[in-house]
Design a protein around this ligand. Sequence first.
Ligand code: PAN
Ligand code: ZN
Length: 187
Amino acid sequence: MIPEQVVIDDKSGLMTPNTGRYRKRLSELRGLFQDAQVLEAEIRAKGDPVVYEVIEYKKGGSDLFFGTTAILPGKVNAEYYMTRGHFHKRRDMGEVYYTRNGAGILLLESPDGETNVIEMRPGTCAFIAPNWAHRSINIGAESLVFVWVCSVDAGHDYGQILRTGMRKIVVEREGKVAVLDNPSMVP
Ligand code: PAN
Ligand code: ZN
């Protein structure tokens, strides 16, 4: 393995070079947002818009890898665009999120249902402690771009969050950002 420089464009999250990337469109995020009807209408009206893009740099044999996530600005009804959210498969492994552009909320949840909220704005670095589920939410008018760094062994466990949602949702209420109890939370 050889050390290498990676250039990151803070505005877009583009990483050069990178080893992989994927996009999530609204149609791939069915079930994530409260308002399923508005979601379908948005897919039709906007031609299935991209909600977020993940770009990574991963080299075989390394213990660490890193990448960027760029969440576009947008809402489904009042609910801001967000990532799926997950625990790590390896619950003993945490992560670092370093925000480079935009404005967001990092919503965290422990296995016993405790919630933690960390503000994301350029220059803030979030320590995601092991065993906390994490979801990032774009509450601004620009792309929310952050750099993440994590163990290659951490993995993703989407199951529980996909099934039950998180305990809190992040919505616009009377022109302000509000973190509310999730009304459709399955206990
Ligand atoms: C991030 C996330 C990325 C997309 O790289 O995977 O922001 O979010 P979801 O995977 O929840 O859709 C990370 O936390 N990796 O562990
Ligand atoms: Zn993670």
